[in-house]
Design a protein around this ligand. Structure first.
Ligand code: AP5
Length: 256
């Protein structure tokens, strides 16, 4: 099996490079994953990344990686961003967009990308469009995952995340082989601070107010694919691949 990309350039930004560069693809997939907190975007991004070779680029992972730095190694904007995140609030657009600009090389990666957690507001979506246009890159599609709220909350409360490679588990539906230990890299699993009930409520409100309107934004741009997030991760993955193939075949027919 190909070595999993360490996403160092994305997680650290600046001059950081990935240890293993993704294989350039003949037709790189460039996708955005949308959906409520806990719907399963990160889980699908891992499955899609393994199949399509595109890099999983999560803005939440950038913030969680910054948490492990000492106060003096963090910029004041990042320390401020971590306070927003702890409460469950959205980090201000200006901070997020600064991080994306600094990592725009990752958007040009020949393996393609799977953006998870960005964009999250209409202002971020407009800035992404501008950045992609400047780099002559086209977004392939926006995958919007839908699930009733009570199921989303139960997915969040059982989530465990790998401290090192960020792989995601669930204590009931996707348990690791050994309790508390990552199958992929052997590091310890932890429960995210923002999965506490009071932060989850704030995250859901922020999603409804700022992120849900993005579905309409991308529908108007002809990019939205709605996918039910019911069922097992493998079932949702297979639904996603079918939807991508269908979209691809329509595009081929339309091109004639
Ligand atoms: P972020 O890290 O992006 O979190 P999120 O969007 O809230 O999404 P999650 O990671 O919580 O959930 P997910 O949909 O990826 O689900 P997962 O696959 O883990 O952002 C965190 C914070 O950072 C934000 O609140 C904000 O403060 C800040 N931030 C980040 N980006 C920002 C931006 N652009 N602008 C402003 N602020 C930003 O799955 C959840 C659980 O369910 C897991 O345990 C999993 O194993 C389980 N599961 C998955 N699929 C299934 C299934 N089919 N059946 C059963 N269980 C399943």
């Amino acid at each position: 099996m190909a070595e999993k990309n360490d996403r160092n350039a994305w997680l650290k930004g600046g001059e950081a490079h990935c240890k293993t560069t993704p294989q350039p693809q003949a037709f790189p997939q460039r996708l955005v994953l949308l959906g409520a907190p806990g719907v399963g975007k990160g889980t699908q991004a891992e499955l899609l990344s393994a199949r399509l070779g595109a890099c999983h680029l999560s803005t939440g992972d950038i913030f969680r990686a910054a948490k492990t730095l000492t106060e003096c190694d963090r910029t004041p904007a990042m320390t401020n961003a971590l306070d927003y995140m702890r409460r469950g609030d959205l980090v201000p657009d200006k901070t997020v967009l600064g991080l994306i600009v600094e990592r725009s090389n990752c958007l040009r990666c020949g393996g393609g990308f799977l953006l998870d957690g960005f964009p999250r507001t209409v202002a971020q979506a407009e800035a992404l469009q501008e950045c992609l246009a400047q780099n002559q890159i086209q977004l392939g599609a926006v995958l919007s995952y839908d699930l009733p709220l009570e199921k989303v909350v139960s997915r969040l409360s059982g989530r465990r995340t790998c401290a090192t490679c960020k792989a995601v588990y669930h204590i009931e539906t996707r348990p690791p082989k050994v309790k508390g230990v990552c199958d992929a890299c052997g590091a310890a699993l932890y429960q995210r601070e923002d999965d506490r009930p009071e932060s989850v409520r704030v995250r859901m409100d922020a999603y409804e107010k700022s992120t849900a309107p993005l579905a309409d934004f991308y529908r108007r741009h002809g990019l939205l694919i709605s996918i039910s997030a019911e069922g097992t991760p493998e079932e949702i993955f297979s639904r996603t691949m079918d939807a991508l193939k269908e979209r691809q075949s329509h595009r081929v027919i339309a091109k004639g």
